[in-house]
Design a protein. Structure first.
Length: 231
């Protein structure tokens, strides 16, 4: 008689083989043979792919002018790691898109606002888009935003009464959008200075300027004549 016994415990399979002889009707000496195969838990592993969502990065240029070169390069992060293909919806007629690199470029020839432009990207497993944006194209020569101007002057040789201008320390530039109300100022701490780049002025406005010398005791001299500049 042969018996085969299967026991499964703790991921181990044990096979016990028993042999019986026929002499005298008694069982012969039994020599069990045991074979145990263990499956190590470290050999059984599950791999879970973990990826961050595909996202388009970069900030598009929102203003330009006719005749000027426009450029924006969309990039991506995350995704499956597969090659990314870019696309565009509501593309202005003067823009071309490189679907492999994400480069948008072109030269507008007509002023206007080009709205609801959407750049998309796909890696074959997921698709994403950036927020819609608009491009404002101004006519050639149109200035928008903030402007920097250079204010220059000649240093006074004396006080208004003809006396020597003692202990000179620097200058003060007074400016504003009204000739009668120069309500902003900037101090120049060097008497050898003869010009200053003044920024943060609003395009499309007219500004008025006057310059005065100042001495070491912070006494300000008479202001120069007011000069205006349309930006």
């Amino acid at each position: 008689m042969r018996r085969v016994h299967f026991g499964l415990s703790a991921l181990a399979m044990t096979t016990i083989l028993s042999a019986c002889g026929s002499s005298g009707g008694n069982d012969a000496s039994t020599t069990p043979a045991t074979s145990t195969d263990y499956i190590s838990s470290s050999a059984v592993k599950a791999t879970v792919a973990s990826t961050t969502p595909l996202t388009i990065t970069g900030s598009p240029q929102l203003t330009t002018a006719t005749g000027s070169n426009y450029y924006f390069n969309a990039n991506t992060t995350g995704g499956s790691g597969n090659p990314v293909t870019f696309s565009i919806t509501n593309r202005p007629y003067w823009i071309t898109l490189n679907p492999t690199t994400g480069e948008l470029k072109g030269t507008p020839d007509k002023a206007g606002t080009y709205s609801n432009i959407i750049v998309g990207a796909s890696d074959g497993q997921s698709y994403t888009t950036m927020q819609p944006f608009s491009i404002v194209v101004n006519g050639a020569g149109t200035t928008t935003g903030e402007v920097t101007v250079t204010v220059s002057w000649a240093a006074p040789a004396s006080n208004t009464d003809g006396s020597t201008f003692d202990n000179p320390a620097g200058f003060v530039i007074h400016y504003g959008t009204s000739a009668s109300n120069l309500n902003q100022s900037v101090s120049i701490g060097s008497y050898s200075a003869r010009s200053y780049n003044l920024g943060g002025l609003s395009a499309g406005s007219t500004y008025y300027f006057a310059v005065a010398a100042v001495n070491t005791t912070n006494v300000e001299g008479v202001r120069s004549a007011v000069t205006s500049l349309a930006l």
